[in-house]
Design a protein around this ligand. Structure first.
Ligand SMILES: *[C@@H]1O[C@H](CO)[C@@H](O)[C@H](O)[C@H]1NC(C)=O
Ligand SMILES: *[C@@H]1O[C@H](CO)[C@@H](O)[C@H](O)[C@H]1NC(C)=O
Length: 241
């Protein structure tokens, strides 16, 4: 059933971010490792992703020891753990695209730096059909080394605090370098499920296409028609973001 649903999709279209003011800002503060922490409200994982993107930022990724130290330092500076016994906040890691294969949604990269809490990730089944596919960063003041800003998979539908910021990768510099050209890429020979399509695009410093006005729609149509795809196919189904 799940398999059927995830294989339904057809084509991937990637596009550079079209015209978000927020992305110019992203670029400007790129090296400062600024973080933001929603310390007063909670969202489910999907809404947290949207919240961050709508501000030109990305849900947290902790890809190595330095990034872990940086986020700990930031969270300490907020004072949150002085007044709370625990902290649980969404990061961008998830295995929605393929069970057991965790990737950072914000960068498309596989989760290679494994800093899971003991016995995690366990895809704990809350009921017969819901597992845990999205990851939080967790800290418990009485948990010792095992809950010391470590990772834990949780149900994506649950609401947690979340942490977000800008992304510092070479790829993003490239993205911004050609930011205004409105280049599109069309995955016209292979299909992915939506989550994997998002990762595919992000791992190339790009984004699944957004179509928010006629101009954007026309740009996409023009690109598709140039590719000749609709001359040889009767139907075109492709993912948008
Ligand atoms: C998490 O990473 C830190 C620093 O690299 C390490 O000291 C710690 O043992 C790791 N914890 C787990 C549970 O992997
Ligand atoms: C938690 O991690 C921080 C940063 O890596 C480290 O300084 C501290 O000793 C760790 N605490 C425990 C209880 O392992």
């Amino acid at each position: 059933m799940t398999k059927l649903r995830t294989m339904f999709l057809l084509l991937v279209l990637t596009a550079l971010q079209l015209s978000a003011q927020g992305d110019d800002t992203t670029f400007g503060v790129f090296r400062q490792k600024e973080y933001y922490f929603s310390n007063s409200f909670k969202l489910n994982w999907f809404k947290a992703v949207e919240y961050c993107r709508s501000r030109g930022m990305f849900l947290l990724s902790v890809r190595n020891a330095e990034e872990r130290e940086a986020i700990i330092e930031y969270l300490d500076s907020t004072g949150y753990t002085k007044t709370h016994k625990s902290l649980m906040a969404w990061m961008s890691a998830n295995d929605l695209g393929e069970e057991g294969e965790f990737h950072w949604a914000s960068t498309g990269e596989r989760v290679n730096y494994q800093n899971w809490s003991e016995t995690e990730p366990n895809d704990y089944k809350i009921d017969d059909c819901t597992g845990e596919d999205c990851a939080i960063l967790e800290y418990w003041s009485e948990g010792g080394a095992n809950y010391n800003y470590t990772f834990n998979d949780r149900s994506c539908a649950r609401e947690y605090l979340f942490i977000f910021g800008f992304i510092s990768t070479q790829k993003d510099i490239n993205t911004f370098g050609i930011f205004r050209e409105k280049s599109y890429y069309f995955g016209n020979t292979f299909k992915l499920n939506w989550f994997k399509a998002v990762e595919y695009c992000r791992s190339r410093g790009m984004f699944l296409v957004s179509i928010n006005n006629d101009e954007q729609l026309n740009g996409v149509i023009e690109h598709i028609e140039k590719s000749g795809y609709t001359k040889t196919h009767d139907v075109l189904h492709m993912w948008t973001s």
